[in-house]
Design a protein around this ligand. Structure first.
Ligand SMILES: [Zn+2]
Length: 88
């Protein structure tokens, strides 16, 4: 799924070649546990890991994260030519 956002005239597009990554970290006892699900492309896999970790440890609090890579399409002339990377 490609998502589009706008900030003024700048268009911000999710990179379709880099799917979002989901993950979770146990924060119930951060100094003792802090186990991480690993990053996966499917939030259901993260939820399954959270449920399994809760079942196995009794830990009930997690930080759940989602990250993605995006690309900015600026309006014409918004970025000085000297700042735009050139392809070789
Ligand atoms: Zn834990």
């Amino acid at each position: 799924m490609t998502r589009y956002f706008r900030f003024g005239e700048f268009e911000i597009v999710q990179n379709p070649d880099e799917p979002p990554a989901f993950g979770a970290v146990c924060v119930a006892h951060p100094k003792e546990c802090h186990e991480h699900s690993g990053n996966v492309s499917d939030v259901k896999t993260v939820h399954k890991w959270i449920a399994g970790h809760a079942r196995d440890t009794g830990h009930l609090d997690f930080d759940r994260n989602m990250g993605d890579r995006c690309h900015v399409i600026p309006p014409e002339g918004a970025i000085p030519e000297a700042r735009v990377p050139r392809s070789v």
